[in-house]
Design a protein. Structure first.
Ligand SMILES: [Zn+2]
Length: 71
């Protein structure tokens, strides 16, 4: 086993082993910006602080599904 590589979490700036990060094909290194735990925490916080936005995007998503099903 080699030395564990470290990446800095973008939400808190703290270093974590790379295996703590999820995958994200849109980032240069192929890893998510935040650790999995922090990403989940952020999502939870976002849902609490932006309930309307979450509902809106959910509705948009459902509408899209409905459109696709009726087409
Ligand atoms: Zn963080």
């Amino acid at each position: 086993m080699g030395k564990e590589e470290i990446k800095f979490c973008s939400c808190c700036g703290l270093p974590f082993p790379k295996h703590d990060f999820g995958k994200n094909r849109q980032t240069p290194d192929g890893l998510a910006y935040y650790t999995k735990a922090h990403a989940a925490q952020k999502q939870k916080t976002f849902r609490v602080t932006h309930p309307e936005q979450v509902r809106d995007s959910r509705e948009r998503y459902l509408n899209k599904l409905r459109e696709r099903n009726s087409a």
